[in-house]
Design a protein around this ligand. Structure first.
Ligand code: KG4
Ligand code: ZN
Length: 340
């Protein structure tokens, strides 16, 4: 077998159907098809997600192979997200990957989606790229998870802090819904926060011990605040939307970074990185870099294309498993709640 294997990777854990081809850690193609159907429901509808994955998985894989300009017969392993995620959505990707593994007679590699978000930092997409060193500390913030992860090696990770209820991405998405903004709300709030006064309003974020987070109260605090203000001024949201978004966003980002900074000091780690969909947030990116500079850390924030769900990160995680010949059996089943 070649030292730098050609891996086809598939991601279908939520509302993105994605396929990528990697030569080692080099991305030859990374196709992401985002399901638009959920917009009108203000959130992901699991059954509709499964149907949309079913409809797009073949064209997305075909496009990934075509763009990579490789022959599918030269692919040496097929990697797939085994979890965590929506069961029906995961079933589409895993069944497809198993069939390919069987028909091409190549190994199957099962990948933990949250591992893959972290390992997105090892995807090679440009010349002379500087990679994080181990141990590293990662703040993984997505629509389903908020975790502080101690990463000892590509295959050894430990969650040392996480949310006890909603994820940070959910706090963005639910607030956007309350404000009447389209789904997903994170990018909308990020955009509207530009030019807003981030100190104008205050929302509560509870301080918990043991590096834990809680986001469910934040959305409730926004809801009650809006109800009270709208009694005085029915046009309150329209006239203050920028200031509300800026203040709410600042509350989430500061909250995320307080615990992360405590973890950095406690574990004395000098390589820090940001991962997951919320790492596309402009304020979080800026403040994370500032935090790293203050502590003299090597600081890594992902390329925009690798922040939200994509198969290139699944391929990168799979590469490390391939090196250890850590292959999955064809009778492996999707794990909706697979922890790191
Ligand atoms: O990692 P991801 O694509 O999917 C999950 O694994 O959950 O993350 C999606 C989350 C959504 O909650 C979305 O609102 C949030 O990432 N997001 C953002 C931004 N872009 C995406 N949140 C805040 N600011 C953004 N610019
Ligand atoms: Zn994700």
């Amino acid at each position: 077998m070649l030292e730098t294997p050609l891996i086809l990777a598939i991601e279908s854990s939520c509302d993105e159907t994605s396929a990528a081809v990697l030569q080692g850690l080099n991305v030859l193609s990374n196709i992401v098809s985002t399901q638009k159907i959920h917009e009108k429901f203000g959130g992901v509808v699991p059954e509709l997600a499964s149907r949309a994955h079913q409809a797009s998985i073949v064209p997305v894989v075909e496009q990934a192979i075509a763009e990579a300009k490789v022959d599918i017969k030269s692919v040496q392993a097929v990697a797939v997200t085994l979890g965590p995620g929506l069961m029906g959505a995961l079933l589409v990707g895993t069944s497809f990957a198993k069939s390919l593994s069987l028909s091409l007679n190549i190994p199957l590699i099962s990948v933990n989606h949250m591992h893959a978000h972290v390992l997105a930092h090892f995807i090679q997409y440009k010349e002379a790229q500087i990679l994080p060193k181990f141990p590293m500390l990662c703040l993984t913030v997505s629509g389903g998870h908020t975790q502080i992860v101690l990463v000892s090696s590509p295959l050894e990770m430990q969650v040392i802090g996480e949310t006890i209820d909603d994820a940070a991405g959910e706090a963005f998405d639910k607030a956007a819904k309350v404000l009447g903004l389209p789904y997903p709300g994170g990018p909308q709030i990020d955009k509207l926060a530009f030019g807003g006064d981030e100190m104008k309003f205050n929302f509560t974020s509870p301080r918990l011990d043991n590096l834990r987070y809680s986001f469910s109260g934040l959305k409730t605090s926004l809801l009650y605040f809006l109800k009270a203000e709208m009694l005085k001024n029915p046009d309150f949201i329209q006239s203050e939307v920028s200031n509300i978004c800026a203040s709410y966003q600042r509350t989430i980002i500061d909250y995320l970074l307080v615990n992360f900074e405590t973890a950095m000091k406690r574990w004395d780690i000098k390589n820090i990185c940001l991962a997951g969909g919320v790492s596309a947030n402009s304020l979080l990116r800026r403040k994370f870099l500032e935090l790293g500079n203050r502590h003299d850390c090597a600081t890594f924030i992902p390329e925009f294309q690798f922040c939200t769900d994509n198969a290139a990160m699944i391929g990168a995680a799979a590469y490390f498993k391939f090196q250890k010949h850590d292959f999955a059996s064809l009778d492996c089943a999707p794990k909706a709640n697979w922890s790191v």
